[in-house]
Design a protein around this ligand. Sequence first.
Ligand code: ATP
Length: 517
Amino acid sequence: MAQEDIFKKIIAHSKEYGFIFQSSEIYDGLSAVYDYGQYGAELKNNIKKYWWDSMVKLHENIVGIDSAIFMHPTVWKASGHVGAFNDPLIDNKDSKKRYRADVLIEEYMAKIEAKIQKEVDKAASKYGDSFDEEQFKSTNQRVLENVQKYNEVKNRFVKALENDDLADLKAIIEEAEIVCPISGSKNWTDVRQFNLMFETQLGSVSEDASSIYLRPETAQGIFVNYLNVQKTGRMKIPFGIAQIGKAFRNEIVARQFIFRMREFEQMEMQFFVRPGEEMKWFEEWKAIRLKWHHAMGFDTNKYRYHDHDKLAHYANAATDIEFEFPFGFKELEGIHSRTDFDLSQHQEYCGKKIQYFDPELNKNYVPYVVETSVGLDRTFLAILSTSYTEETVEQENGKTDERVVLKIPAFLAPVKVAILPLLKKDGLPEKAREILNDLKFDMNCIYEEKDSIGKRYRRQDAIGTPFCVTIDHDSLESNTVTLRDRDTMEQQRIPIEKLKEIVNDKISYANIFKKIC
Ligand code: ATP
């Protein structure tokens, strides 16, 4: 099935099973804003716990805060967002659709890369073990032409971004003959800058009200609290401050479901280090963060680093961790070496010293910062889209059946155990509720007694519940139940007294954390 079709199915599935709804759907929805339903909210909370604990519990020198969304307007002048938090936009005059000029060019470059890869794959399967990729790439005419084309566009693109040369961005689009995917035409407007921050008014009387912004990143809430946390927590460099919270961006193009939203959540950690040591920490955090993603257990080939071609005004190094979503490799997390830019800017704008006295060096300095910033919603989408599986299942009567199962890592699954009495009578519900009352303090459980057991299993597969416990007549006598595994569908008879231990072992965060420590 085409990736596009699978993606549509994932979107439909997440609505049908209470993971994600369009915001204000009864009023036809609000573009690029989504609500998380009953299972979505559980999954989201579990991802947050995984991230928060991996930062704050596993590192003695990292603490977490929760700063306000509204901040003093000068914060955004100091950070550079008022002047420079722009995206270059371009409209197609025929379809009237709006695009990010940089994204159009990046997609064009990705197509050239895909062509090169296709040639390499073709030759690799033709020559088998004797294939030498490097030699092939340096001699094959078609590959060489495409590499040259790629490099020319890339160099010019990076320069145009660095110089804010909007006319050249348009020229690249025209010369590459990029067409609008809707109208198919090359009838483009000029490229313009567009500031992504939402502005609103603070104050009840309009004359007194002042303009403030909804924060476009959570990081600044950490920077303005640097001194508070460092002093009250008696933190010694190197140390980190972590935060999870909402951010808002008036994105020009908001497609691809929860990948690009106008209201979203970030999980950010700013790590304060000695000047000159930032590159060592940058490399360290790159590795730690990739390990965190890998520990969820998906195919590691779905993750890759991508170094930035153009650095943001505050950074001296930047890498993305990209993930292979159903629509290709895209940014999941950004790791940035932000230098002392933010703290120095705030120091200048507020007129107060924001420094650290380093007792070992016996001097004061403005700390350097390495940031890790991962989108909570993008992590959710990565998990949901990779977990979504359609399977054909052999039945006992020799027929086949289809099932949709979300193979969400057990420790993150919204519901851990479904408790299912086989019948609604003969004391089975009472026994089932006894088990529920024992488990519910440790894990999220569902109790269900309606419909056939087969139907109930399918419903649990569809929301990703790793375990189903079935209570039958034998359970009353032998104090045993059937435990069904979501992925293998294997069933085993186990004593009720062992149930909690078996399930707890599979859903434990600690077992995952041990892999990344
Ligand atoms: P992109 O290039 O995709 O616009 P970005 O480089 O602007 O992203 P950052 O400013 O580095 O993103 O933000 C850190 C993380 O926040 C991103 O890696 C992403 O996971 C998440 N994020 C950023 N913008 C959005 C958005 N509009 N919707 C959902 N998540 C987002």
